[in-house]
Design a protein. Sequence first.
Length: 371
Amino acid sequence: MRVQDLKIALIGPLPPPSGGMANQTWQLATLLKQEGISVELVRVNAPYRPHCVGRITGLRAVFRLLPYLFNLWRAAGRVDLFHIMANSGWSWHLFAAPAVWIAKLRGKAVLVNYRGGEADDFFTRAFAWVQPTLKRVNTIVVPSGFLEKVFANRGFITRIVPNIVDLSRFMPNHTRKQNLLAPHIVVARNLELLYDNSTALKAFSILRKAFPDARLTIAGSGPERAKLEAMAKELGVSNAVVFAGQIDNEHMPMLYRDADIALNPSLADNMPISVLEALASGVPVVSTNVGGLPFLVEDGKTALLIPPSDPERMAEAMLRVLSDESLRRRMVQAGLDHARRFAWESVRGELFLAYEMALDGAMLTVTQDGK
């Protein structure tokens, strides 16, 4: 079967809210349809019906899970392949694992597209529960060498299919004149403990001693917002910090085009889309060196990598970028060159090969069972 003749169920979250996996699911669905492939979206974060159920903690899981399982079963009767966007924790147990088992019950090929910087910790805690499901999967794809190693350590072979960046949307703003006396720093991570925006705020307060007119935009939503706003006041930088909330995917390119540095302060990570989008926008990146980041960028070339939870080192890295024009120019060009590896034209062949392998694996399983 030609890939273009495939009928695919793409299972994952969709915006709103925006986020790395949600944006990738939406973008992948769009690109596959442009290739002429039939795509049926099964959304794991569909709105609650009725809407008021979303405020009832125990009940809301049931009201989301039951329609989701029904939609999976129905989709499995119409498609050739399940492409499952998978993550760690409860997301795996509630959404990815049921999709795998329903697909196999109905004799369909399964490709699991696993992502998430906490995979190693999750597998350490729960691999006895995860392993039986993974054994039913025809092909596992991961976006980075980091996750490839995590799976290999547990005896599973994966294929690397990188995340996708739309280079027609994320591109450098050549008309913008940089004002490095008043640099604009951007953080595009949700306001959760995992992404450690508090360290970014502390580093920004240090940076302001050298650049009093610097400003910071934090684009994201989450439970830590009130705490972070209070911290900004305590640090004396609240007048220079904008908590922009969740910016939809359509408007993110404009934010990057007005940025001088992109910060990624996360405590665990795999292959953050925000870093790729910053590189594609010609914005120098300062990031923690956790998880998959050293697999994604090269320290001193495509980004500056620092230890996590270290505001002093983060501020020093920002000062390097702002004070060394030669370094900044090299980082911008290297980032733009690197970002091209994640364009659809570069990724599509690897993804289509993974689809073919999943289908071949499913046919092999049917033949073996037939014997």
